[in-house]
Design a protein around this ligand. Structure first.
Ligand SMILES: [Zn+2]
Length: 430
């Protein structure tokens, strides 16, 4: 246990270093890290880890190797630009419990730049908010992890357990960055992921699957439309049938544990659609990509079977599909959901750290988004705690993160590191 004096020193160190932390976070936000192009942002992270004296391990994702893991998502992109960076703190003396602080460096596309008040990667601070794509999701949390450790060290303390700081790609599409870190042999007694979840602890999150559907029709002149087979119309009809499956999954969501309070938590999102070649030709192709989500406890395999059944039934029964079987392929996430069982020592320690840092109890919530916590939670049986700052307009224009909540989260993380891992006074000459 840390002493009251040590805790005060740690909190003071977080506050004293906070401007530098925000400045680094702004630099990280201004360094784009879209899927497959995270290298420059990972360079910044690696430099920080080295500056803290951590042992750095950096590797490029290997699609063949990652695919062998049951938690892996389908890969349909080039991985040659996707690196994982892990910085390991090695204790002089091993006495406490080890810790993984995981965060993702990849960000989602910006959407139409003209819908932003400033350029998406301009990284502006205004009225206590940091703006930019990835500011909240989740560069603020990613940087908070090593800044929390740095604050503990700046307070003259040294943790007495291994700490692995993981900066991973692919969280927004497959989860394969964290899967790869687990495959590489990184384990700990607890995992914390500072995703932007509004200052609460995540009790549960949904499972997610990505897939693409391609419909093939028959071209004809629009003047003789009835002689063709309109693949775009067929796609609309099929999407309508999939919406019925979505309605079924949501019909009794009030009886799903951890989801009782949520309205329509399991969303089928048509995120991409294209088809046809010419306004006066009946389109002979249409393709759409969909993301579906489902509760923890239901396996991705089961969700996938239900989707395939719904597509097959639509092809059979819906006249708009002309009896043709659409081609369906997995394109990313194939992930189960995860629920954190209450009462773990890690949760108790985090709750304690949060109330010391923020002066109020730690709340909890259920997330209707995918989070990497399921990787270690389900496949390494390690309690995986998701807890991070307040963010608004995630994945939208003018994404922003609250700096005051980031400070609070960093203070809590620093106290948690000290309590969970244990600390000793640093007597080495400095
Ligand atoms: Zn995220």
């Amino acid at each position: 246990m840390t002493t009251a004096e040590q805790r005060e020193a740690i909190l003071a160190a977080v506050d004293a270093r906070f401007d530098a932390q925000v400045a680094f976070t702004a630099r990280l936000v201004a360094t784009p890290s879209l899927r497959g192009a995270e290298g420059a942002a990972q360079d910044l992270i690696e430099e920080e880890y080295r500056g803290l004296g951590l042992k750095v391990d950096r590797w490029t994702l290997d699609p063949a190797e990652v695919s062998q893991h049951p938690a892996a998502g389908a890969i349909d992109v080039d991985y040659s630009g996707s690196d994982v960076v892990v910085g390991t703190y090695l204790p002089a003396r091993e006495a406490g419990r080890s810790l993984i602080l995981n965060g993702h460096v990849d960000v989602v596309p910006t959407g139409r730049p003209e819908l932003w008040s400033r350029s998406p990667f301009e990284s502006t601070i205004l009225d206590g908010w940091l703006y930019g794509r990835g500011a909240g999701d989740m560069k603020a949390g990613l940087a908070a992890s090593h800044h929390a450790l740095a604050a503990v060290m700046a307070a003259g303390l040294r943790p007495t357990a291994h700490i692995h700081l993981q900066s991973v790609p692919e969280e927004e599409s497959t989860g394969n960055g964290t899967v790869s870190a687990l495959q590489r042999g990184y384990h700990a007694d607890a995992v914390v992921i500072p995703e932007p979840v509004g200052g609460d602890l995540v009790r549960a999150h949904v499972g997610v699957i990505w897939f693409r559907v391609r419909l093939t029709g028959e071209a004809a002149h629009a003047a003789e439309m009835a002689q063709g087979f309109n693949a775009v119309d067929a796609a609309y009809a099929l999407i309508g049938d999939l919406r019925r499956l979505e309605a079924r999954w949501n019909a009794d969501s009030a009886s799903v544990r951890h989801f009782e309070e949520l309205v329509h938590p399991f969303n089928f999102n048509v995120g991409l659609i294209c088809g046809g070649d010419w306004a006066s030709s009946v389109p002979d192709w249409c393709e759409f990509s969909m993301r579906v989500s489902f509760p923890p406890g239901q396996s991705a395999e089961d969700a996938w079977e239900q989707v395939l059944d719904a597509v097959a039934q639509s092809a059979r029964d819906n006249p708009a599909l002309h009896g043709a079987a659409p081609a369906v392929a997995k394109t990313g996430f194939f992930a189960d959901g995860y629920a954190l069982e209450p009462g773990s020592e890690a949760e108790e320690a985090l709750a304690e750290a949060f109330s010391s840092a923020a002066g109020r109890p730690l709340g909890s919530r259920t997330m209707t988004a995918y989070i990497d916590s399921r990787v270690y939670g389900l496949f390494d049986r390690t309690p995986s705690l998701v807890f991070g700052p307040v963010c608004e307009r995630m994945h939208g224009a003018d994404e922003r993160v609250s700096l005051e909540s980031l400070r609070e989260v960093t203070r809590a993380l620093a106290l948690f590191i000290a309590d969970w891992c244990g600390v000793e006074e640093d007597n080495s000459p400095r």
